[in-house]
Design a protein around this ligand. Structure first.
Ligand SMILES: [Zn+2]
Length: 237
């Protein structure tokens, strides 16, 4: 009984807790912000596409002439290929956000391998070139980085989190979380799906308010997968 307990703790520590801690907070190859001399920032949207909200968001971005990066859940992309095609046609970058948004620390080694293999097949079938990978909730297991690297996908987290997946987060909260002390090279994480129902309405409303102003100061760029990383010691929240 005691051996079983010690074995379980050792497996959890070495497969989940320690790799997750190292990758999230200490791995300088995980991109949380990028180097730029041009006052550039990157808007990123996770968990989509959503047939309800993503088209409205794409309309807004088009109207404002802003390009972003969408980290897509592969099964959602497979369900809405027309939205994915539109993203690519309108100049947005597309990254992988797992097969079905199950956290990697809940996945066995075999499930982790299949998560990447099946996701990559879906995007290959859609003829989409992925620029990188962002794990759901920013969580890792001991194999996450191995499979991302095998697929040639740089790993992106974020420097700024608007916490917009909760319906309690008001558009004004999102505005201040995006704009306060914003500096060039920041990667901002937002959501067009995946959180509380209707939460993306607040995200779109907030962006509609601030994009015209922000464009006067910042250039919005889609991530390319080859940014030079800037080491940021800001804790990931
Ligand atoms: Zn997510």
């Amino acid at each position: 009984m005691r051996i079983l307990l010690i074995s379980s703790i050792t497996i959890i520590l070495s497969y989940q807790l320690v790799p997750n801690l190292i990758e999230r907070h200490f791995n300088p190859h995980v991109i949380r912000r990028f180097s730029t001399q041009k006052n550039e920032i990157a808007l990123t949207f996770d968990d989509g596409p959503s047939p309800v909200y993503t088209p409205d968001l794409l309309d807004l971005l088009k109207e404002q002439g802003v390009h972003a990066t969408f980290f897509l859940v592969a099964e959602n992309a497979q369900a809405h290929p027309e939205i994915v095609k539109r993203m690519a046609e309108e100049g947005h970058a597309i990254g992988l956000h797992s097969l079905n948004h199950r956290g990697f620390w809940l996945e066995t080694p075999k499930q982790t391998r299949l998560d990447f293999e099946e996701s990559l097949q879906i995007f290959q079938d859609l003829n989409i070139e992925l620029i990188g990978f962002r794990p759901p909730w920013g969580t890792f297991n001991a194999l996450t980085r191995h499979y991302a690297s095998k697929a040639g996908l740089p790993i992106y987290l974020w420097s700024r989190n608007a916490k917009d997946w909760e319906i309690e987060t008001q558009p004004s909260d999102i505005v201040s979380r995006i704009t306060q002390n914003l500096t060039a090279g920041e990667i901002i994480v937002l959501h067009d799906a995946g959180g509380d129902p209707q939460a993306p309405e607040h995200t779109i409303e907030a962006l509609g308010t601030i994009l015209p102003q922000m464009k006067k100061t910042f250039r919005f760029i889609p991530l390319k997968g080859g940014e030079s990383r800037e080491l940021d010691t800001t804790p990931v929240s």
